[in-house]
Design a binder for this molecule. Structure first.
Ligand SMILES: *Cc1c(COP(=O)(O)O)cnc(C)c1O
Length: 452
């Protein structure tokens, strides 16, 4: 049985943390997709409201959270930190394990931490409609919920493979008043072209991003919103780590390990960045580790170089760990982790040696998720199951060495809408995917060559 460490509502963070001014080197400039020249804030104006663009390039260490946003956060924040007594007993070693639980939000994941401020700033700028993409559907439902709060229309492009296999996220998005299309769709020029080439394409996150961006770029009254990867998204998520720092202090603990799963990097960064700030200041010295799926191993096997975040190559080039923007990952069940790239900030801190990364196979993560659910009660999403599995592996290592390690991980969402994936696991249908080096080499051969 877990025990809960509750932060009083008066301790709800007042500021988001921006890690950029604390980094040893500044982030690389964002480049125009055609000219490869650095782009300025104005170039993003067709896609985002200016408040968010300014946050994207901000060098302010702490950015105030608007009171209107904190009001919405209070519906589920501060979120609980749990001491995993059940898991500790199961493993039977000296490790003490804690997890921050973001499944308490209305949609069941960390995504509303950024969906709400993004919808808020769009509403403030008078925006009436937002287009976005979604993989497993977590982001689409979070943005649809946030848009319904501010009376904004929400149009979601969901990766075809997930649209077909996870029908309840679609119903959820519709319950919040959003509109949802399988991607590729007939709504965009890019989608129509892909459907003509291959009517049965399963789609990918990179393709869905291209479609949502096309809708925003070609309609003056529509903006675009991204649920991960970008600097302002990671910054919004730091409420997770700020709360966890205080919660661990309440029980006099200092973490030896800070662990999160990483698809685009937002829940990982949300937990890890405030701890990295304290680490860089010399106050604590945890190992900070991102966990990704072996089927989409951008941080562990990708190349750190300029690439597009979308498949069509419409959006600007960012320097990141990438498997190539044409890379289509195998259909693992952790839909939120099926992305060819990684956030530029997480990529940079990996390159600087501030964090580590590992990749795990899905049969291992499901097996550990089930062990976790039996002793802790929460059925985790397939994505955070990667963080759980790595935390359990670390606790096993502590048992072998007899060292009293303190392990913190992010349980960024529950798996209630992923039970079909669990059923496949119980039916023995889940397979592991080998790292497809030839496909990655092929995709990397199409990455643009940027001079200098
Ligand atoms: C979206 C999502 C992810 C992957 O995105 P990150 O930006 O890497 O956090 C992981 N887990 C859940 C539950 C998600 O909804």
């Amino acid at each position: 049985m877990p025990t809960k460490i509750i932060l009083p509502e008066s301790e709800l963070p007042t500021h988001w943390y921006n890690i950029i001014p604390d980094l040893p080197t500044p982030p690389s400039p964002v480049l125009h997709p055609a000219t490869h020249e650095p782009v300025g804030p104005g170039d993003f104006a067709p896609l985002f409201p200016m408040d968010l663009i300014l946050q994207e390039v901000s060098t302010e260490r702490f950015v105030e959270i608007p009171e209107e946003v904190r009001e919405v956060y209070r519906q589920w924040r501060p979120s609980p930190l749990y001491r995993a007594h059940g898991l500790e007993k199961l493993i039977g070693g000296p490790a003490r394990i804690y997890y921050k639980y973001e499944g308490v939000s209305p949609v069941g994941s960390h995504k509303p931490n950024t969906a709400v401020p993004q919808a808020y700033y769009n509403a403030k700028a008078g925006v009436k409609k937002i287009a976005t993409e979604t993989g497993a559907g977590q982001w689409g439902s979070a943005l649809a919920y946030a848009c319904s709060l501010y009376d904004i229309e929400c149009e979601v492009y969901q990766v075809r493979a997930s649209y077909d296999t996870k029908p309840y996220r679609k119903a959820m998005i519709e319950a919040y008043g959003g509109t949802i299309y399988p991607s590729p769709s007939n709504n965009t020029e890019y989608g129509r072209r892909l459907l003509q080439e291959d009517p049965d394409t399963p789609g990918s996150l990179g393709i869905a991003i291209s479609e949502a961006v096309e809708v925003a770029a070609t309609n003056e009254d529509v903006k675009y919103s991204l649920g991960s990867v970008l600097n302002h998204v990671l910054m919004h998520q730091t409420v997770i780590g700020e709360e966890a720092l205080k919660q661990l202090a309440m029980v006099d603990e200092t973490p030896d390990f800070v662990i999160g799963c990483s698809g685009g990097g937002s829940n990982f960064a949300g937990l890890a960045f405030p701890f990295l700030r304290e680490k860089m200041a010399g106050n604590i010295n945890p190992v900070v580790r991102a966990v990704e799926p072996a089927a989409a191993p951008s941080l562990t096997r990708g190349t750190y170089t300029y690439d597009h975040g979308d498949t069509a190559g419409m959006i600007p080039l960012v320097k990141m760990h990438t498997l190539g923007h044409q890379f289509v990952p195998d259909p693992i069940h952790a839909g939120g982790l099926r992305y060819h790239g990684m956030s530029p900030l997480v990529s940079l801190i990996k390159e600087e040696g501030l964090i580590e990364a590992v990749a795990l196979q899905q049969t291992e993560t499901f097996s550990k998720a089930v062990q976790f659910a039996k002793v802790e009660g929460i059925i985790p999403g397939p994505e955070p199951s990667h963080a759980i599995a790595e935390a359990m592996n670390e606790a096993e290592r502590a048992k072998e060495s007899g060292e009293e390690k303190v392990i913190l991980f992010n349980l960024c969402g529950h798996g209630h809408l992923d039970m079909a994936a669990y059923q496949s696991y119980f039916d023995g249908e889940l397979v592991d995917y080998e790292y497809p080096q030839d496909r990655i080499d092929d995709a990397m051969s199409k990455v643009p060559v940027v001079a200098g």
